[in-house]
Write a protein of this length. Structure first.
Length: 596
């Protein structure tokens, strides 16, 4: 081959790979948008049942079309407290099965219809107004690009059949003995480490096979190596994460390495079983996956694409079924390998995920997990503040801890805002965009609540410093208001992190509105009582000023708590007014006497 031939081969293969990868990314984004509600439900199905966890992993990976995306986001879920280690390892098992769907998409014999799919998707994407139809058009365009990219790649590799040096190199990797099998596994692993995309390497492997440059045995060994190479993505994401995130990464590496090692030992029987099963498939089915004969090399295995896809699926399904009963043992093993060393976890959150490999819907789920942890920090800050304002003598350590929690919430709020803002630059449905804005506002309101907790502590510290005390009536009023504020805050905080939406008729919303109104009425009475004590002179002027400031801080906490509910469900004022009107009508109707 001349220099110009090599240049043509290079840009054809790289261009085809680029079209393929862009098509995979577009397919992933459009499927996620179409299935956004289903993804949210999937996360809610997670339990410690290993079979359910594996099923969630399969479905998630089929939707996002990338095991790397699934495993990277698992790190974020573990960091955010959305998943236990057992759940995460089960999902990783499922992700290994789900990723095999990519091989079947590549193998199906509709490559020559790539332009037809792009054309079919072009019409709804550009000319229909429905968001769902537009996303369906994107799915068709993405599939067309995947098949066009594969067509370019397999066509680009064909001239290699005329190159003696290339044939000499391939002879070394013929996978006809244990050494060459190990060499192929090593090459597949190394290249996937570098590319960090098992889908890209699988596409290249299948294109080489479709062009007749490698046989099935060589392709099968390369694919086994790619299964090890894909573990690097999760391992890199786990660096700097929680101890359980690192353990899940080790588990991922262990069962892929062990599985591949067993298959290498059984390699002749493994490929023999795959070939027997594929060649036994009825002709009508196998014809869907047969490599076209036009322009193909002489003696080319027409079912090589189907064999690669079937072998990929068979390895992962067999490996996972072997490890599924052993999952508790595997969890204990990685826990022993990566001990906690007695270090206490800090209340410092870290949202994980390379935005180049992020699933927007899964990223929002991760942010929901961060919000739950932020809620816990806020409630801790409130409890610490209540303890401090009831003290009879100052405790500087407790005061400093409240200040520390305020700094923690500042950091969390900043992290969440930056993370969600970046996620919202990705393709999202209208509902997901609304959810993203809601999460930003929720984190801001929670952070503001802790700001006023810190203010309460500062006002109490001032009383300690100046040796001031409230009167018995003032202290009783203040304690009542603190209790009501705490009840309202706790109920509201639990509600907003557990409910994505609520109807106006929802009983929980009604109860929160009643709590808010009752607290407002009580705060007005406390204010009136305070003014009366000031007029009568039974209240020290400086202590009275501090009392007024503390009541205002409690009102601010109540207002930000109301904003929490409004950020989650919206239209708080409308719902409150509607409830008041219903109660007024009910009262009026009860006053009407029946006519005798």
């Amino acid at each position: 081959m001349s220099g110009s031939d090599w240049f043509t081969l290079a840009y054809t293969v790289l261009g085809g790979l680029g079209i393929f990868l862009f098509g995979m990314k577009l397919l992933s984004e459009s499927l996620q948008t179409l299935a956004s509600d289903f993804i949210r439900k999937l996360i809610g199905w997670l339990t410690n049942n290993r079979v359910v966890a594996m099923g969630v992993g399969v479905l998630l990976t089929v939707i996002v079309q990338s095991s790397s995306v699934t495993t990277v986001m698992l790190v974020g879920f573990i960091n955010a407290g959305l998943m236990t280690l057992t759940q995460a390892v089960g999902v990783v098992l499922g992700a290994n099965i789900g990723t095999t769907i990519t091989g079947w998409i590549i193998a199906i014999k509709i490559g020559k219809y790539g332009l037809l799919l792009v054309g079919a998707g072009f019409v709804p994407f550009f000319f229909l107004k429905s968001v769902r139809w537009k996303n369906l058009g994107k799915v068709l365009i993405a599939l067309g690009m995947i098949f066009l990219g594969l067509s370019f790649m397999s066509g680009g590799f064909k001239p290699l059949s005329k190159t003696d040096d290339f044939h000499s190199l391939l002879h070394f990797f013929d996978a006809d003995n244990m050494f060459s099998v190990l060499a192929c596994v090593g090459i597949g692993c190394l290249l996937t480490f570098i590319v960090q995309s098992s889908s890209a390497m699988l596409a290249i492997t299948m294109s080489l096979a479709a062009a007749g440059q490698i046989d099935y045995h060589t392709a099968a060994a390369l694919v086994l190596g790619e299964n090890i190479g894909t573990t690097i993505t999760m391992h890199l994401a786990a660096i700097g994460g929680t101890i359980d995130a690192k353990r899940a990464s080790y588990a991922h590496i262990m069962f892929n390495v062990i599985g591949v090692s067993v298959m290498v030992i059984l390699f002749p029987w493994y490929v023999g079983v795959v070939e027997y099963v594929v060649e036994s498939v009825p002709g009508a089915v196998s014809s869907l996956f047969a490599v076209g004969s036009e322009g193909t090399a002489e003696g080319l295995d027409q079912l090589v694409m189907m064999k690669i896809a079937a072998g990929h699926s068979m390895f992962n399904i067999t490996n996972n079924l072997f490890f599924l009963p052993l999952l508790p043992l595997l969890v204990r093993l990685v826990t022993w390998m990566k001990p906690d060393k007695g270090r206490k976890s800090k209340k410092r959150l870290k949202l994980a995920g390379d935005l180049g490999k992020v699933s927007p819907e899964l990223a929002l789920e991760e942010a929901e997990g961060e919000l739950r942890l932020m809620r816990d920090v806020v409630l801790d800050a409130w409890d610490e503040t209540c303890t401090y304002v009831r003290l009879q003598a100052d405790q500087p350590d407790l005061f400093n801890h409240i200040n520390h929690l305020e700094n923690v919430t500042d950091n969390i709020q900043m992290e969440m805002t930056l993370f969600i803002t970046e996620v919202m630059q990705l393709p999202l449905s209208a509902e997901s965009s609304k959810r993203g804005y809601s999460l930003i506002r929720l984190s801001d309101e929670l952070e503001s609540i802790v700001d006023y907790c810190e203010n309460l502590a500062k006002y109490r510290a001032r009383l300690f410093r100046d040796n001031l005390k409230f009167s018995e009536d003032a202290q009783r009023d203040f304690d009542d208001l603190v209790k009501m504020t705490g009840d309202f805050l706790r109920a509201s905080a639990e509600f907003v992190v557990e409910r994505l939406e609520a109807d106006m008729e929802d009983e929980s919303v009604r109860e929160l509105i009643k709590l808010s109104d009752a607290m407002g009425e009580r705060a007005d009475k406390v204010r009136d009582g305070h003014l009366e004590r000031v007029r009568s002179g039974s209240c020290e002027p400086l202590a009275g000023m501090v009392f007024s400031d503390m009541v205002v801080a409690l009102r601010r906490i109540k207002n930000h708590t109301v904003n929490l509910i409004d950020a989650r469900i919206g239209r708080w004022e409308e719902r409150r007014d509607a409830l008041r009107n219903l109660e007024r009508l009910a009262d009026e109707s009860s006053e009407i006497q029946p006519v005798s």
